[in-house]
Design a protein around this ligand. Structure first.
Ligand SMILES: *Cc1c(COP(=O)(O)O)cnc(C)c1O
Length: 475
């Protein structure tokens, strides 16, 4: 791909902007004036073709199946976008007086109530900007809770299957991390947990369902052990896609959690765009939630900043409103039955794929899965690896599954189809995965040198991460 600067030739663009009526000497201080601006010189046709061409290089849920495990790349209904782009929402100023933003505040308040009803939690804060930010917020609350109780508990337990953001958030808050092992069936190893539990443990952070795509069968026992020890139980509920409408997080024994609106509740994500990671708590942790809280007094909604026990603010204003709005619309559209249906179909789709692929690819945990499952490259012939499969699948117009995660499975391939794929797309995925297995046997170089049809062939991922080139520079 050439850049637009490569296409530039002096004098190609014959268009000139009429004068603005600004005199360069008088209106702008000379120190701010540039003598030369290095813009590409192309004509309109070239410019349109260039950017339209770039837009076709994108892969997204709107172009094909995106089975990226743990990321819940479900279809994002266009009605969300349509409503979220209404001027009455987009031009609402964050500092406007509450009496002029009652509608927006009502949406936030009702969204909080929906999240409480879906998870069973007693209260939610919508302030955190993403999942990892929700974790950080929650860990800060856990810290404050024990500080107020006068207890010094410097340790947080995290299973070896955890999402990478969990230990990162915990470390940022100054806690020490201790690793709880998983047993051969993929559940928390109770003996490992017991050996780590003492008066230093503030909490345990558990992803549920786990990153292996499994529902831990010992949750209530884990919860009892933690509570008997005076510790809190944290649920990383980034993806509620298997449990919402079916089981409540609080009923499983958790005290505090976060959920990613941008995964579970269908708002576009990836590439570091805006997200929302609300934190939910049981009643004893409510005082520590970040400010502001959206409260209802009589028929009026307000933002309440007055709370001395709160950990304070974690985001400017109240969080990413337009993401909350999309999630609100999605929940309202789905309704109670629809929300349950999402979970049922997400679980069904994942189990269907797992059942059809387990004879072709090694399946380390042979159990009914939740919204995702993990395969591995253990049994692939001719030293074909997970990375090779992930690259070859691109040639068939499908996004790669998540690879080499969770870390406890060597060569992991984590597949999450989501509920929004039809049987035809699921069958196509099976066909492609079987074809790649066949190629691995008959023509392994084909797989090892993939991708063949993408605009860029195999990139040097290590150099790309270590020496990123983030902007074009003239030679
Ligand atoms: C995605 C994810 C996170 C992190 O969420 P971000 O919004 O990317 O910060 C945390 N835990 C789990 C299990 C996740 O899947």
């Amino acid at each position: 791909m050439s850049t637009i600067f490569d296409k530039s030739r002096i004098g190609k663009n014959k268009y000139a902007v009429p004068g603005y009526g600004l005199s360069s000497s008088g209106d702008i201080p000379p120190s701010f004036l540039r003598s030369h601006v290095d813009l590409p010189d192309v004509n309109e046709t070239e410019m349109v073709r260039h950017y339209t061409g770039l837009s076709t290089l994108n892969f997204g849920v709107d172009t094909g199946m995106y089975p990226l495990g743990s990321c819940t790349m479900k279809y994002n209904p266009k009605v969300n976008e349509k409503l979220a782009s209404m001027e009455s929402f987009t031009s609402l100023h964050p500092m406007i007086d509450c009496c002029y933003s009652q509608g927006a505040l009502q949406i936030m308040h009702e969204l909080t109530e929906y999240l409480c009803s879906i998870t069973g939690m007693d209260s939610f804060s919508l302030a955190p900007a993403a999942g990892a930010h929700g974790e950080l917020t929650a860990v800060m609350m856990i810290k404050k809770y024990f500080q107020e109780k006068g207890e010094n508990r410097p340790v947080i337990l995290i299973p070896d299957s955890a999402h990478g953001t969990n230990p990162a958030s915990v470390a940022m808050c100054g806690f020490e991390i201790k690793t709880v092992h998983s047993n051969p069936e993929g559940d928390v190893d109770i003996e490992s947990l017991k050996s780590l539990l003492d008066e230093n443990v503030a909490a345990m952070m558990l992803t549920s369902p786990s990153t292996l795509g499994l529902f831990d069968r010992h949750l209530t026992q884990v919860s009892r052990l933690l509570h008997d020890n005076g510790s809190l139980f944290y649920c990383d509920g980034a993806n509620l896609n298997a449990v919402m409408g079916v089981a409540k997080i609080k009923d499983m024994g958790f005290d505090i959690m976060h959920v990613n609106l941008h995964k579970t509740f269908s708002t576009p994500h990836g590439g570091g765009g805006p997200g929302s990671g609300p934190v939910g708590v049981v009643s004893k942790l409510v005082p520590y939630l970040p400010v502001p809280a959206v409260v209802k007094q009589g028929n009026e909604y307000m933002l309440n900043y007055e709370n001395k026990r709160s950990i304070g603010r974690v985001h400017s204003f109240y969080g990413n409103f337009l993401i909350m709005l999309r999630a609100f619309i999605y929940i309202r559209m789905m309704g109670e039955k629809g929300i349950r249906g999402v979970s049922e179909h997400a679980v069904l789709n994942a189990n269907y794929l797992m059942a059809r692929l387990k004879s072709e690819y090694h399946l380390p945990y042979k159990r009914i899965c939740m919204h995702e499952f993990v395969l591995s490259d253990r049994d692939l012939p001719n030293h074909v690896t997970t990375n090779d499969v992930a690259k070859r699948i691109l040639d068939y117009g499908i996004h790669s599954p998540t690879v080499y995660f969770p870390l406890i499975v060597d060569g992991a391939l984590m597949v999450e189809p989501t509920e929004t794929e039809s049987l035809e797309y699921l069958d196509d995925f099976v066909k492609v995965m079987k074809q790649i297995k066949k190629e691995a046997m008959e023509d392994p170089d084909m797989v090892k040198n993939a991708p063949h049809k993408t605009p860029l062939r195999r990139v040097d991922a290590v150099t790309a991460a270590r020496k990123p080139v983030l902007k074009w520079e003239k030679e």
